[in-house]
Design a protein around this ligand. Structure first.
Ligand code: NAD
Ligand code: ZN
Length: 257
């Protein structure tokens, strides 16, 4: 096991990681809020971000939603008011490129911002749902934002309260979606762990599942959040992932000659 704590020799680690990905393929990426940070969306810990004003556990819990759905909807409003401004960054685009090159099989994301799909990744498992998908808590009817009633909180035509189709604290993840994520993790040969503090369960169990089944873990983060990673690239995702793609392309070019 090579545990690279720091980018002592950054070039060497990119080369090594790229070679491993070309050799093993069957790579699954598990991403968190850090992958969208460079798109301007605050992570839980960003300074001056939304979550400095609001305690996520208090606001984004199913208990709080049931008590006061309007409060939750107004927070969602604040999050998505500039939604079109949030565009995929170089990290999302690099992961989509790696899928096109047949190296990344799927992206499992904890993010609810939909930016992986917007970047062109096809096989995306959004284990915490998507903020733009809305459903009725009473009849299950689905609405797609922005075509939702404007009242606060919005109601379905049946009278039921509408809720974004995201997993709130205290809610179970949809069993079928999480099963897919578990299967992908258990079956991969490499897990790219990108921009996640890897503490929110049950998502945090996925890298361990991958490792138990023989996968190598490559962590890309500005802090070492997963001490059991085989490789750690201490770098912003929007810099590191394009570097990995660049190194992979160099290997592919050499092999073609
Ligand atoms: P987290 O906020 O707990 O951790 C973010 C991680 O990203 C940290 O380890 C941090 O060091 C790292 N990071 C920050 N900027 C980075 C960058 N430029 N490049 C690489 N790494 C960077 O996020 P989490 O682990 O995803 O868990 C928080 C929960 O909050 C998840 O359930 C997630 O769904 C939700 N959330 C989602 C969004 C979103 O949809 N964009 C935003 C905030 C929180
Ligand atoms: Zn309804």
């Amino acid at each position: 096991m090579i545990l690279v704590k720091r980018n002592v020799d950054a070039e060497a680690i990119y080369k090594e990681v790229a070679a491993l990905m070309v050799e093993r393929r069957q790579c699954v990426a598990l991403t968190g809020a850090g992958v969208s940070a460079e798109s301007g969306i605050p992570t839980f810990r960003s300074k001056g971000g939304l979550w400095e004003k609001y305690d996520p556990i208090e606001f984004a819990s199913i208990e709080a939603f049931r008590k006061d759905p309007s409060k939750y909807w107004s927070l969602r409003g604040e999050f998505i008011k500039d939604y079109d401004r949030y565009q995929p960054n170089k990290a999302h685009l690099a992961l989509a490129e790696l899928e096109k090159r047949g190296i990344v099989r799927c992206v499992i994301t904890q993010n609810i911002d939909g930016l992986h799909k917007k970047a062109g990744s096809k096989n995306v498992i959004e284990i915490h749902g998507n903020l733009m998908e809305i459903c009725c808590l009473t009849c299950g009817k689905e609405y797609k934002a922005p075509n939702i009633p404007e009242e606060m909180p919005p109601h379905c035509s049946c009278g039921g309260i509408l809720k974004p189709n995201t997993v709130l604290f205290g809610e179970e993840l949809p069993a079928d979606v999480f099963m897919k994520a578990k299967e992908a993790s258990a079956g991969c040969k490499i897990m790219l762990l990108v921009g996640t503090s890897a503490i929110v369960q049950p998502a945090a169990s996925l890298p361990y599942l991958a490792k138990q089944n023989g996968a190598k873990i490559i962590e890309i983060n500005i802090e070492n959040a997963f001490p059991d990673a085989d490789y750690f690239i201490m770098e912003k995702a929007g810099t590191a992932l394009p570097n990995v793609v660049g190194e992979i392309d160099k290997i592919r070019r050499v092999n073609l000659i």
